[in-house]
Design a protein around this ligand. Structure first.
Ligand code: ZN
Ligand code: ZN
Length: 304
């Protein structure tokens, strides 16, 4: 299976957004999203927002004004999902609903907690999980969310996996498909939004990972910045370690600080991948650039 087709623009502090054309979800809506996507804004049926920092939401008034009054292709109103614990989103939803009543006012606003989910086409689902970016006193109501897209698959029961086909056929003839299979979840895609590095447990066996990577390595600036603002980010070595441990099939990095040159970023990523002999292909969304199909453009080809 191919990774989702992602159009990506991501410069921390300026603008970040990711259109998953395969699943018709726009993740975040930073400044300029409507201008850069043009007609493609109609490809999103859902806008899923990770947190209320301005560089992730400043494009919202414009895209909702253009899209809010027209139903998505499935006939449903455009949905805007945001973290339940964020008062900023309540304020934005209230304001935009009144400011552009005929457009943004028709949008279906949804406040999600970690673990909320909705059905997508083809039996797939979109689900949120808690990220570690904006502190929230109530852990059940996070202020920052990441999102996963998954599907349900029927797999042979683990205890039957070594049986010859003839025996499996006998079992199935006697008890039906349920006698030999279990319904399992497969996580296809994970997008992190801004966060300190996730763990393999957070990813749940995800195949295609788009992880933020604000900093190339631990440095003083990172520590100072995190302390000053209380907003944690990830650095390259953590994310590459995660890709290795979680055995992801494809890794893409985004939300990389503009303090580094393109050359520094690509060199650091290649060196980090080589050091770990990383099996997966790695793509990089350099800051300030527009990518049409991010996963198709690899800076590290992967081993094997
Ligand atoms: Zn950000
Ligand atoms: Zn942020």
């Amino acid at each position: 299976m191919d990774p989702p087709r992602l159009t990506v623009f991501s410069t921390p502090l300026i603008s970040t957004w990711v259109l998953d054309e395969t699943h018709r979800v726009l993740f975040d809506a930073g400044d300029g999203v409507s201008a850069m996507l043009e007609g493609k804004i109609h490809k999103a049926n859902t806008i899923a927002l990770t947190h209320a920092h301005r560089d992730h939401i400043a494009g919202l008034p414009q895209i909702l004004n253009l899209r809010g009054g027209t139903a998505a292709e499935n006939g449903e109103p455009l949905r805007v999902i945001h973290p339940d614990g964020s008062g900023s989103f309540m304020a934005i939803a209230r304001f935009l609903s009144h400011f552009d009543q005929m457009t943004s006012g028709k949008v279906k606003w949804q406040h999600w907690k970690p673990g909320s989910q909705m059905a997508l086409d083809d039996g797939r689902f979109l689900r949120s999980y808690a990220t570690r970016h904006v502190a929230c006193p109530d852990p059940a109501r996070n202020r920052s969310l990441g999102y996963q897209i998954g599907r349900h698959v029927e797999r042979l029961k683990p205890e039957l996996r070594n049986l010859p086909q003839a025996e499996l056929d006998t079992l199935r003839n006697a008890g039906g498909r349920e006698a030999i299979t279990v319904r399992e979840e497969e996580i296809l895609f994970t997008i992190t939004g801004d966060t300190a590095a996730m763990t393999p447990q957070d990813l749940g066996g995800c195949r295609f990972l788009l992880h933020e990577c604000t900093f190339l390595d631990v440095d003083e600036e990172r520590v100072t910045e995190a302390k000053d603002r209380g907003h944690e980010h990830s650095y390259l070595s953590e994310v590459l370690d995660l890709a290795l441990l979680a055995d992801v099939e494809r890794l893409a990095l985004y939300h990389i600080s503009k303090r580094y040159t393109d050359d520094e970023i690509v060199k650091a990523v290649r060196a980090g991948c080589a050091k770990r002999d990383l099996k997966c292909r790695v793509s990089v969304a350099l800051p300030g650039r527009l990518y049409i199909d991010l996963f198709s453009q690899a800076v590290w080809p992967g081993r094997g």
